[in-house]
Design a protein around this ligand. Structure first.
Ligand code: ZN
Length: 404
């Protein structure tokens, strides 16, 4: 099977790298004068004008109102990307739900929806995605139809990104197409990207969900402007992604499995795989539910444990404090070994970092030679839209950089 050419269409596929850098700079850092852009990107103003003209003519870049150039004081019209005119569709698949968003070129969410997966067959999931895209393309952020016949705004959907918790990996046998293994969906070696492209009618990128979330933070979140940071996600499993020198460090499913079972205290509780005191034994939703359930002598859900802890329940509070301490140690390990200065926390379990912030801090500081504040810990809100946005972001990045 041949490698499919990238098909963003029009002038886009033939764009030189220097032009792509201009678009990337404007998307991430907002509108700028030509002089400022030329300075940032080490281009002459002549080159910059030559590179931007076809993109302005094609409607990808737009010129703003006249302002005085902050560099030389002369009147200028800052350049910006035509963000609203380019839309991206992002989805995240879990074992039972599909989270979907439509965003603009700056990953601002225009419409979002979260619904159960109707049928786990890959082609049926693609059909469901197509229906969601059609529905969301006519919706406003508050979820109501805006009633306009153009589908809400002049913007056409340019591309799509799908993220899954399983391993999406390239395979030589099928010409570099990513194959998706997602046991929780009953999928093994599914060629999801071409299936999705046929259903949606636009190019589609498939990525691991935690990696996509890291890309999102890097361009549009707390990692913006940072060359190095780590992302830890807490939920059913422990997710990890590392951005070093502006690039995501490639990780296999095995690498991530190792991370989730990193031993933090050899005398700690046991995880389902039989290790004592590994990250999963303290932090996975399964472990938190089991430990709290033992103390309460009844079955409890993860959400309930967090809620009871917030309300001051002694047993749940103690489980959450212990988990937060383990998270502090895990962050210390990550920061010490990778030498990043910022660690972003996300996922359904981030609430424990807020509920027991002092325990997290204490453990983190203790494992960083007692130096307080040596790592900037950013706790993100747990919101399904953020995960789906990660899908839109990997599509935007592929569109802008010309690679997956
Ligand atoms: Zn373990």
């Amino acid at each position: 099977m041949a490698v499919r050419p990238r098909r963003w269409g029009g002038m886009w596929d033939a764009l030189p790298d220097a032009a792509r850098s201009i678009v990337k700079e404007l998307i991430i850092h907002g509108p700028q004068s030509r002089t400022a852009l030329a300075k940032t990107l080490h281009l002459s103003t002549g080159s910059l004008t030559r590179l931007t003209k076809p993109m302005v003519d094609a409607g990808l870049l737009v010129e703003g109102e006249v302002v005085h150039d902050p560099v030389n004081g002369r009147p200028t019209r800052p350049l910006d990307v035509a963000a609203a005119e380019h839309r991206f569709f992002g989805i995240k698949l879990t074992s039972d739900r599909v989270h979907a968003v439509v965003t603009d070129l700056r990953a601002e969410v225009i419409a979002a929806r979260d619904e159960p997966i109707a049928d786990h067959d890959p082609e049926a999931v693609c059909r469901q995605a197509k229906r969601l895209l059609d529905d969301l393309s006519g919706e406003r952020p508050d979820g109501r139809k805006d009633g306009r016949s153009d589908g809400g705004r002049a913007g056409a959907t340019v591309g799509a990104g799908v993220t899954v918790g399983g391993n999406a990996r390239a395979s030589a046998q099928v010409g570099g197409e990513p194959l998706v293994d997602a046991p929780f969906l009953g999928w093994s070696q599914v060629e999801l990207a071409p299936l999705m492209e046929r259903a949606l009618g636009v190019p589609c990128v498939v990525k691991n969900d935690v990696a996509a979330l890291a890309h999102q933070h890097h361009w549009f979140g707390p990692g913006r402007g940072l060359r190095d940071f780590a992302l830890i996600t807490i939920g059913a499993g422990i997710g990890y992604a590392l951005i070093v020198h502006d690039h995501l460090v490639a990780a296999t499913e095995a690498d991530l499995g190792m991370f989730g079972h990193l031993v933090l205290d050899a005398s700690g509780p046991m995880c389902p795989e039989g290790h004592r005191g590994c990250a999963a034994a303290y932090l996975s939703s399964w472990s938190v539910e089991a430990t709290a359930g033992q103390g309460l002598r009844r079955a409890v859900t993860y959400d309930e444990v967090l809620r009871l802890a917030a309300a001051g329940d002694r047993v749940c509070r103690s489980v959450v404090r212990e988990a937060a301490g383990a998270l502090g140690r895990l962050i210390a390990h990550v920061a010490t070994v990778s030498m990043v200065k910022t660690v972003v926390l996300a996922g359904e379990g981030v609430e424990l970092a807020r509920l027991a912030a002092a325990d997290l801090d204490r453990a983190l500081t203790a494992d960083r030679r007692g130096v307080p504040g040596s790592v900037d810990v950013v706790v993100e809100a747990d919101d399904f839209r953020e995960w789906a946005r990660g899908g839109a972001v990997v599509a935007i990045q592929s569109f802008v950089t010309g690679s997956d």
